[in-house]
Every structure is written in C-alpha cells, then in structure tokens.
Design a protein around this ligand. Structure first.
Ligand code: NAP
Length: 458
C-alpha cells in the first residue's frame, strides 16, 4: 500500500490523503527516537509514568475529536469510538500507576552470589497496527513501552492516517518528549528498511496472517525481537447448562460489536444440540433488530464495514462458503446506501471440507455449529489454525473452567463475550501469533532482563 487515505466508508468518499514519508523524514524520526532512548536510559520510569497519566487526561479531553475521526475513517459506531478512547485512557492509567513498580529489579535465588535482574529498555520499537481499533492498538504498544523507555515509531494501517496523526499529537501535547511516539507513513519497502535499521530493537505487529508473516519475516531476518497479534476464529461454546439470560447477554453484541470486525469476536458459535435452536433464534433476533445507517448517528447499531475492500472480501467468502454447502439461516435485508454496508448473515452447515471452515470471516457473519456434546464442542474449537480468544457459556463455573482449560487458545471468557483491559494479558497461540500485549506481560515484551550477579569472595 503506497498511499494513506481517509475514506469515509459510510459514503465511500475520500476526505484526506497523505504521501508516503520521505527517506529523510524516516531517518530523522529514527534519529530522534534513538537519541531519546539514550537519554531515557539515565532517567527513571517514574517521570515517564507521570507524563503517561497526562496522556490519559489528554485522550479524555480530546475524546470527541478522536472518536469522530475513528468513525469517519473506519465506520465504527460513534458510541463505540468514545468507548475506545476511554479504554485507551484506562490503559495509560494502568501503566502510569503500576509501571514503575513492575519495572523494579527482580531478586534471584542462587547459591552463586547475590543476584537480580534489571528490567531495562532495549531501544526503539516499530509498531505496525490495524485499522479495527485505530487508537487502542496504538496505545497497547505505546503506553507500556513509554514507561519502559522504548520510543515507538508508528506505521498505522493505510486507511486510518488521521487517527494515527491525532493520537501522536495528543501524546505530544500531553508533554511526552519529541520522539516518544512518531507517526510515519512508510511503504512496505520503507517499513522493511526501518526494521533492518540497527537502531530499531523490536517490532510489534497487530494484524492479519498476511501482514504478520511478512513483517515477522523481516524481523527474523534481522534478528529483531517481535510480537505478533494476529487473527482469530474464536469459538463461543454454549454448554447444556448455560443460563438463558447470561447466554442472551453474551450473544447480544458478540458478533456485532465493531460490526464484527474484532480479532476476538465470537466467529464460531459452537452449540450443544439441546441449545441449538435457542441460539439460532437469539442470534436472528439480534441481527434483525439492528438499525443500519450513519455511524455518527447515536441510534444506529449497524454501521458500514471499514472499507469497500473489506466488504467485497467478506461477500466473496460468504459466497464461497455457500457454494461449498453452507446454509444461509438468516440474512439482513438489502441496505440502500453507497456505503460499505454488509448484510449481517447467519451461516449453518459449514463442514470441515468447506474452504471457509478454517478461515477468519472479519465482519458481521455468525457461523453456527451444532455438536452432540461438549467433547465434540472442544474438539471442534481446537480444529482450527487459530487460537486467539474463546468463550464458554455454562452455569457450573468449575466445569466451565475445565472446558476452558481444554481449548487451545490464548484467552477464554467464561459467561461473556471477549473483553479487554490494561491489567489483562492479550494474545494468542498457533496462527494467532505470539507474545502478549497489555498487563505485566505486555510491559515486558521489549524489556532487557539484565542479570547482575555479585560473586565477590566473602
Ligand atoms: P493487515 O492487513 O495485516 O494490516 C496490519 C498492519 O500491517 C497494517 O499497518 C498494514 O499496513 C501492515 N501490513 C499488511 N501487510 C503488510 C506487508 N506485507 N508488509 C508490511 N506491512 C504490512 O491486517 P488488517 O486486515 O488491517 O487487520 C485485521 C486483522 O487484524 C484481522 O485478521 C484481525 O483478527 C487482526 N487483529 C488482531 C488483533 C490481536 O490482538 N490479535 C487485534 C486486532 C486485529 P497497510 O494498511 O498499509 O496494508
């Protein structure tokens, strides 16, 4: 992608575009960030934590502008955009309050001397981020690394350049030193050069398998540490004893939040046969009651997808699934609009042989599977190349936990749909990637655990 463009998916009209960064701009950015890293090595995390608290304030103070930009660039419902800003502020709060403590040196027990390890910064990190949570994805990498002392260069998705620029501006206005978060508009080739630069010490990517493979390859070739937060085909397992009200609530936006464009949204609803009809009925009810329209309108619950390209891709996937034997249980009526609207769809009868069986459908499509019992549910959940999130809905919590433990996945929510918070780790296994963001684990992603041992003869 060589051009960064802001296109409102509700109208499919472009309202801004940005050229790629020049080689000089990229070089200046790396110089600035690297110089800041060197300076930060002599400073404690406490001073940065205090600035991060101001970034949280800045995000909240600019909520309206930031939320509107998200909605205009990628079609998120305005209420969800505001919610995203608040989540970002709370992540900054979390690291501002906990970062310095978590970064204290760790004593080690050994018979060889007095030992501990320091948790030190490693250098400049490049973050490659997707459009689906345009601010949250950036803050997930920026906030922990800022406290650690790793400056961040940002390569955001081509369709949210306005969000990228605005987030970097808010961080700067909050008092973060120049170089803390620098937004660039690089081409893929320029990105590869940035990764190869010896001053870059880490690469964090959130995105698809396609982007992840390419960027992880560049990181590996240059022996750069990387974290990969990739796609998912999450199982939402409904057990025999699921509480009907809890089930209803968990399903309510499991497949419609962010118009279904959530890495951890419940793409495969796996239901034991005794609850199958109930779940289909409930999902249909949810989809039928959506109100399509302008995502800036507070009453709208069905926004367009993030782009025409995404809509075309999902349309093709559904067609392919149906051609291979899947059944359309429900499809939302035609939407008369120039926007990138996708009609929410419920698919059943997706067999293992269906080419879509092991593909992520990134939008408002619910794939519902009927299984004989929970063993079959677990086997089906694990019959996937992905392993990001999952849900288990069941009244007997101990038992639901036992089921959760058997799923090959990075995260499981019991009796709810996906969630995220600064104090909880986020990440997956298999083709959903490696490494964790958020929580203490995310803070340590690009830390040098520097061993110091005193073996002075006593
Ligand atoms: P994507 O195409 O992989 O893009 C992600 C980022 O990587 C963008 O900045 C993109 O830039 C860049 N990129 C893509 N291909 C590249 C290449 N060959 N070389 C260099 N950079 C490249 O992902 P997406 O389709 O925008 O995002 C949706 C995906 O992200 C879904 O699969 C979703 O499940 C996943 N996701 C995962 C998480 C998680 O935490 N695990 C969270 C959110 C989303 P351009 O935009 O310029 O192409």
């Amino acid at each position: 992608m060589s051009k960064y463009q802001s296109i409102n998916p509700y109208t499919n009209e472009e309202f801004a575009d940005y050229d790629n960064s020049t080689p000089q701009q990229i070089d200046e950015a790396i110089n600035l960030a690297h110089a800041l890293y060197k300076k930060w090595r002599h400073e404690s995390p406490e001073s940065r934590a205090a600035i991060l608290a101001k970034v949280a304030d800045g995000l909240r103070a600019n909520e309206k502008e930031l939320a509107k930009m998200m909605t205009l660039e990628m079609g998120k419902r305005i209420a969800e955009s505001r919610e995203e800003v608040e989540i970002c502020a709370s992540i900054c709060d979390y690291y501002a309050q906990n970062g310095p403590k978590l970064l204290e040196k760790q004593p080690l027990k050994t018979s060889l001397g007095t030992a501990y390890y320091l948790k030190q910064a490693t250098g400049v990190i490049i973050a490659c981020e997707p459009w689906n949570f345009p601010v949250y994805q950036v803050i997930r990498v920026f906030a922990p690394n800022f406290v650690v002392g790793n400056p961040v260069l940002l390569k955001h998705a081509h369709n949210v350049p306005g969000c990228a620029a605005l987030t970097a501006k808010i961080v700067k206005q909050a008092g973060a030193p120049e170089g803390s978060l620098l937004n660039l508009f690089p081409s893929y080739d320029q990105l590869a050069d940035i990764i190869a630069d010896p001053r870059i010490q880490g690469v964090a990517l959130t995105g698809s398998e396609r982007g992840g493979t390419s960027v992880a390859q560049a990181a590996g070739k240059n022996l750069k540490k990387s974290t990969m937060e990739l796609g998912g085909n999450d199982a939402f397992i409904v057990l025999d004893d699921a509480d009907p009200e809890v089930l209803k609530k968990a399903l309510s936006d499991a497949r419609t939040y962010n118009d279904g464009q959530v890495c951890t949204s419940s793409k495969r609803i796996i239901v034991v046969q005794s609850r199958y009809e109930e779940v289909l009925h409930e999902l249909k009810n949810i989809f039928e009651n959506l109100k399509a329209g302008d995502p800036l309108d507070e009453d709208v619950t069905l926004p367009p997808m993030n782009s025409q390209r995404a809509k075309d891709k999902l349309t093709g996937q559904v067609k392919e699934a149906v051609a291979a034997g899947a059944k359309v249980f429900y499809q939302y009526p035609e939407i008369d609009s120039a926007g990138a609207f996708f009609r929410p769809t419920i698919l059943t009868g997706i067999s293992e042989k269906n080419p879509l069986f092991d593909q992520e459908m990134f939008g408002p499509v619910a794939e519902v599977f009927k299984v004989a019992d929970e063993d079959e549910a677990i086997a089906l959940a694990n019959n996937s190349s992905y392993g990001l999130g999952s849900s288990v809905i069941g009244k007997d919590i101990k038992h639901a936990e036992e089921v959760a433990a058997q799923i090959e996945t990075g995260m499981t929510v019991i009796n709810g749909r996906w969630i995220t918070s600064g104090d909880l780790p986020f990440g997956g296994v298999k083709k959903s990637g490696y490494g964790r963001e958020l929580s203490e684990l995310g803070l340590m992603a690009f830390v040098n655990e520097h061993l110091v041992i005193d073996v002075t003869p006593k």
